[in-house]
Design a binder for this molecule. Structure first.
Ligand code: PGA
Length: 314
C-alpha cells in the first residue's frame, strides 16, 4: 500500500449488506485507529475479516441494549429449489440490501450449491446444510457429514425438518443423534419441531413438541449452538400461517418446558424461531411476540421479500 494513502481509502469495503449505521461505525473505528492499522502487514488481505469483526461487535453491542438478549435469527430454507442463476440473483439481492445488523441470517441451501452460495452471499450471512448424517464419514451412499459441511465453509445445519420426518421417515431419535454429532463437530444446529394438523386438532400440540424436545434433550448437553425452529406442519407451504397468538402460545410453552426440563439459563438464552408460511406481510406482527426470536422461512426466502422478513424487527 502507498504510505500516503489513507487506510480508510483502501479498507472501506464494508459489506453492502451492512446497514448504514454499522458502516459508519466501522468507518469511524478504522479512522480512529488509522495509525495502528498502517503498521499491519498485508492490510488488504485481512481487511474483510477485520471489518466483519467490527461489524459483529457493533451488532452485538446493539443487541444487548435491546429488550431481549436473544439475537433475532432468520433462516432461509431453500429446500430442493434453485439453480446457479437464481442463487446468483438472490445473493445479489441480499448483498445489495441493508440488512438489520441485529438479525443473524442463515441460508439453508441444497448441498450441491453450498460452496457456490457461500462464495456469492455476503460474509455476514451464514450458510447451512439442510441435513447431515450422524457420523463423520464412511459407507453411507448419498449422505453428507457435518465435517464436510464445515470443510466447505458452512457453519450451520437444519435438522429434523418435518419434510425429513414425514417423507424420509426420520425418527426423533435419529434426528437427535444427528444433532449431537453436528454439535460435536462444531456446527450450529437449527433443530426443527412441530405438530401436524391432526395432532393440533386432537389437542396434542404441547405433547408432540415436548416429545420432540425430549428426544433432543437426551443427546444435547450444551444448547449454546442450538436454535429451535417451531414449525407447525399444517402451516408449512400452505399459506396458512399460525396467528401471532397461536405461535406465541406454543413458544411460551416451549420456554416453560426448557425452564422445567433443562435450566432457567437455557430457557432465557435459547432462540426459538417460528416457521410456516412466513411472508413480508405477516413477519412484523409475529416478530413483536416476546418469545418469537426469528423465523425459518421456506418459499418467501427465494424472493426479494426475504429482505423485509430479515428486517421485520426494524
Ligand atoms: P414455508 O416453509 O415458509 O414455505 O411455509 C417453511 C419451512 O418449511 O421451513
Amino acid at each position: 500500500m502507498d504510505n500516503n494513502q489513507s487506510v480508510c481509502d483502501t479498507m472501506l469495503d464494508v459489506p453492502k449488506s451492512v446497514a448504514p449505521q454499522a458502516q459508519k461505525f466501522t468507518a469511524v473505528f478504522i479512522k480512529l485507529f488509522e495509525h495502528q492499522w498502517k503498521t499491519y502487514e498485508g492490510q488488504k488481505k485481512v481487511s474483510t475479516s477485520y471489518q466483519y469483526i467490527l461489524y459483529e461487535f457493533y451488532a452485538n453491542s446493539n443487541t444487548h441494549s435491546k429488550m431481549s438478549a436473544r439475537k433475532f435469527c432468520v433462516g432461509g430454507n431453500w429446500k430442493m429449489n434453485g439453480d446457479q442463476k437464481s442463487i446468483a440473483e438472490i445473493s445479489k439481492t441480499l448483498s445489495g440490501a441493508a440488512l438489520d445488523p441485529n438479525t443473524e441470517v442463515v441460508i439453508g441451501c441444497p448441498a450441491i450449491y453450498l460452496m457456490y452460495a457461500r462464495n456469492l452471499l455476503p460474509c455476514t450471512v451464514g450458510v447451512a446444510g439442510q441435513n447431515a448424517y450422524k457420523v463423520a464419514k464412511g459407507a453411507f451412499t448419498g449422505e453428507i457429514s457435518p465435517a464436510m459441511l464445515k470443510d466447505i465453509g458452512a457453519d450451520w445445519v437444519i435438522l429434523g425438518h418435518s419434510e425429513r420426518r414425514a417423507i424420509f421417515n426420520e425418527s426423533d431419535e435419529l434426528i437427535a443423534e444427528k444433532a449431537e454429532h453436528a454439535l460435536a463437530e462444531g456446527l450450529k444446529v437449527i433443530a426443527c419441531i412441530g405438530e401436524t394438523l391432526d395432532e393440533r386438532e386432537a389437542g396434542k400440540t404441547n405433547e408432540v413438541v415436548a416429545r420432540q424436545m425430549c428426544a433432543y434433550a437426551k443427546k444435547v448437553r450444551d444448547w449454546t449452538n442450538v436454535v429451535v425452529a417451531y414449525e407447525p406442519v399444517w402451516a408449512i407451504g400452505t399459506g396458512k400461517t399460525a396467528t401471532p397468538e397461536q405461535a406465541q402460545e406454543v413458544h411460551a410453552f416451549l420456554r416453560q418446558w426448557l425452564t422445567d426440563n433443562i435450566s432457567k439459563e437455557v430457557s432465557a438464552a435459547l432462540r426459538i424461531q417460528y416457521g410456516g408460511s412466513v411472508t413480508a406481510a405477516n413477519a412484523k406482527d409475529l416478530a413483536k411476540k416476546p418469545d418469537i426470536d426469528g423465523f425459518l422461512v421456506g418459499g418467501a426466502s427465494l424472493k426479494p421479500e426475504f429482505v423485509d422478513i430479515i428486517n421485520a424487527r426494524q
